[in-house]
Ligand binder design. Structure first.
Ligand code: BGC
Length: 762
């Protein structure tokens, strides 16, 4: 495959490697041998070639037509292709061709790019292709479409999340896509934020564990393995805390909160080898993250010791000029961002940034050492991914792509995510012989189940849907037969369609299943002004309640949309999140009892738009109008979720009631399945700190474990805490443990936890 030029180039650097590392090479680790190769190739590069490595363009920039055109094949614009891929030798590409290519189609695209870059450009460096395969390899047609991250978090099953990472990786690599702009490690503190569905929710510990699990699934086999992808954690940092809840909005995050809540998920993943980090588009405390040298240089690369590639978000250097108004032009913006620590610039439309970087460096406004650091990181990742040897992968080798094994894991994830929030008089599961009316916006749509970033960016195109996948309605019909099931839309997302007809039909049924939901959306299109579930969808339930038939509410949504007025009108509530393409089956299996639900909320579900708090609020936040402290009244608490069976907790034991220095704490609890169905239960361990100078949080999650119990079975569940778990950020912005009383709280229902006090002394 390699042409003469590449061989000569490689030959030269291997000679240099040989000389430079003769003694070293024999005993050296793989990493240091990569470092030697990187140094050698760096020594051969012109400044312009280095700047080219720092550029990430969008694939449509080298195709015919306008950038945003939807296409059905990838036709190259020869001039632009030669200019960008060969002459400018861009380091990296992202985005789709404008349609969801099959793995074979991706192979053709990437092969053409890599062959050209490696055989025709001066140094023959392969391109690093990055993509947002955020719930399965969603941009590879035919891949399994997993639940979105928020649903994976609701499973509280790290093993499943790891498998999700593994399968996503496998199916991405089947399409020669080695770098995934995922997982999302944002802490989603503001329920209005439209990308909560793409996050693991509000809790730093749950997010850290899930991010780590996904990372392991993607990278654990080693990046040289042709089924691994390098992850790119995003978005660093504070994207999920925009003050007004809008996409890319300014967040106010004091240093202590940054360290207590926002950094830990990134820190854990970086310690465990995450290879990429994407910077957040928003500003924190008014400083755009892309020019925040304290965040990138000092914290990310300094304190956390991150050695991988720091990439900008989409067009974000330009955003510094057009939206943040922090730089007067692109030149100034580039200088600020690169000096702040950015290694790669996602500059989707062209290569103008290359000349800007060259000019800035030649004039001494960006030090050469900074450029070398950036390019070293990029080349190192390319070597680690073995792209110089295997720049693309033969799709034929990926026989497990969309296999039954992958579909089963997907179905299992969707099933375990489903969270039963209400079940009056054990109305669920339903008997299959009853007459049921199915209605509502999300009842008969695969797109709503899949959400955004499903084959297309917004995920609203029906032409890309897999016809073999079942909507909620079709899955129910398949399960219990058509005879007993009636359907009418009722509403779409924002408008009444035929709610009167729904009310009429409801009179002749035994139960009504109303499926509400959110329109698929991400980024700006996901902004909303009201957290309430759209009025028309609530109105449908209000009207239907007049029929006096039991109502089962199924919610297909990323965010917790407020349902305060309709909650009392329904008998059961099934929270589905954005469950992906096996979601219809999973809902039907929960409703009819083939699956015993075991999901728990990964965020606090607010009841009032004026009472929005994460569960780790401060006591002063909940002072009520009677001067008491009863002002936290969510609709449902973080960690809440019911089952068709019941669990009893007893015998909470802690090995010591006084803890000193760095001693470990051993906790055990007995959990019994007291119902008559087998079920899974999430055992949650919270820690409450009673007194600290920096006002303590109400509690924090420190451990969890998902177990399965047969009817009547009891299991003892054990946890070990260490003193680090007792630490909080103090007023000096450092982790400290203050002497005093703490409480361990354990259980499966946040309103009913077993508690035991301990004392910590130094
Ligand atoms: C999003 C990122 C995404 C990037 C590349 C941006 O607009 O904020 O999450 O990874 O585009 O597609």
């Amino acid at each position: 495959m390699k042409k003469l030029l590449l061989s000569i180039t490689l030959g030269i650097f291997l000679i240099i490697v040989g000389c430079k590392g003769q003694n070293k090479l024999a005993n050296t680790t793989q990493t240091s041998s990569i470092d030697i190769k990187v140094d050698s190739i760096l020594a051969l590069m012109t400044l312009k070639e280095k700047a080219g490595q720092m550029l990430n363009i969008g694939l449509p920039a080298v195709l015919t037509g306008n950038y945003w055109d939807s296409r059905d094949s990838a036709v190259y614009n020869v001039e632009k292709f030669n200019e960008l891929i060969i002459k400018s030798a861009v380091g990296s590409i992202h985005n789709t061709p404008g349609y969801p290519a099959e793995k074979e189609g991706w192979y053709q695209i990437i092969k053409k790019i890599q062959d050209s870059a490696m055989q025709k450009s001066h140094l023959g460096i392969p391109v690093l292709y990055g993509i947002d395969n955020i719930h399965g390899a969603n941009y590879v047609n035919g891949s399994v479409l997993f639940p979105h991250q928020i649903a994976m978090a609701a499973t509280w099953n790290t093993e499943l999340t790891k498998i999700c990472g593994e399968i996503t990786s496998y199916e991405s690599r089947a399409a020669s896509l080695p770098w995934n702009f995922n997982p999302n490690a944002d802490v989603a503190m503001n329920p209005l934020w439209g990308r909560i569905g793409e996050s693991f929710g509000e809790d730093p510990y749950l997010i850290s564990e899930m991010t780590l699990a996904y990372l392991k699934g993607s990278q654990e086999k080693g990046l040289q393995d042709s089924t691994s992808t390098a992850v790119c954690l995003k978005h660093f940092i504070g994207y999920g805390a925009g003050k007004n809840g809008k996409d890319r909005a300014n967040a106010l995050i004091p240093e202590n909160s940054l360290r207590q809540y926002f950094l830990p998920p990134f820190e854990k993943a970086i310690k465990n080898g995450a290879k990429g980090v994407m910077i957040s588009s928003n500003a924190v405390n008014g400083i755009p993250c892309h020019i925040n040298s304290h965040y990138i240089n000092d914290i990310l690369k300094g304190e956390l010791g991150f050695k991988g590639v720091v990439i900008s978000d989409f067009s974000d250097v330009e955003f510094l000029v057009t939206a943040h108004l922090s730089a007067k032009d692109k030149r100034e913006a580039t200088k600020m961002a690169v000096n702040a620590g950015l290694d790669m610039i996602m500059n989707p439309f062209d290569a103008d940034i290359v000349d800007i970087i060259v000019d800035l460096t030649e004039k001494g406004e960006i030090p050469m050492s900074r450029i070398n650091d950036a390019v070293t990181r990029i080349l190192r990742l390319k070597y680690e991914l073995n792209l110089f040897e295997v720049p693309y992968n033969n799709p034929k080798g990926y026989t497990k792509f969309a296999s039954q094994e992958h579909i089963d894991a997907n179905y299992k994830s969707a099933s375990e995510a489903i969270t039963l929030l209400k079940n009056n008089n054990n109305i669920l599961p339903l008997s299959s012989t009853k007459k049921v009316l199915v209605t509502g916006y999300s009842a008969n749509s695969i797109n709503v189940l899949n959400g955004a970033l499903s084959r297309s960016f917004l995920g609203r195109e029906t032409k890309f849907n897999d016809p073999s996948k079942l909507t909620i309605l079709n899955a129910i019909k398949k399960q219990v037969g058509e005879a007993n099931i009636e359907f009418v839309e009722g509403t779409n997302y924002l408008e009444d369609i035929n709610s009167d007809k729904a009310v009429e039909m409801a009179k002749n049924t035994d139960y009504i299943i109303v499926c509400v939901g959110e329109i698929p959306a991400s980024e700006k299109p996901s902004d909303i002004n009201e957290l309430d579930l759209p009025e028309v969808q609530q109105a449908l339930i209000k009207k239907l309640s007049a029929a006096k038939k039991p109502i089962i509410l199924v919610m297909v949504q990323g965010r917790p949309r407020i349902i305060r007025e309709i909650e009392p009108l329904v008998d059961a509530i099934v929270m589905v999140y954005l469950p992906g393409e096996e979601g219809g089956r999973a809902v039907s299996d929960v409703v009819y009892g083939n699956i015993n639900p075991s999901g728990k909320l990964p965020y606090t579900y607010p009841k009032y738009s004026g009472n929005v708090l994460s569960y780790y609020y401060k006591k002063a936040d909940i002072r009520d109008i009677n001067w008491g402290y009863d002002g936290f009244y969510p609709q449902f608490e973080f960690g809440f979720g019911l089952s068709y069976t019941t669990f009893d907790y007893s015998n909470l034991q802690i090995n010591k009631d006084t803890l000193a220095g760095s001693e470990a704490l051993e906790i055990s609890i007995e959990v019994k399945n007291t119902g008559n169905r087998k079920g899974k239960e999430v055992v949650e361990v919270f820690l409450k700190d009673f007194l600290s100078t920096l006002s303590p949080d109400s509690k924090k999650l420190v451990r969890f474990s998902k177990i399965e119990l047969n009817p009547g079975e009891t299991k003892s569940v054990n946890f070990v805490l260490n003193s680090k778990d007792l630490a909080n950020i103090g007023i000096q912005n450092k982790w400290i443990i203050e002497e005093g009383e703490f409480e361990i709280q354990v259980g499966g229902n946040p309103q009913n936890l077993l508690k035991k006090g301990i004392y910590y002394s130094k």
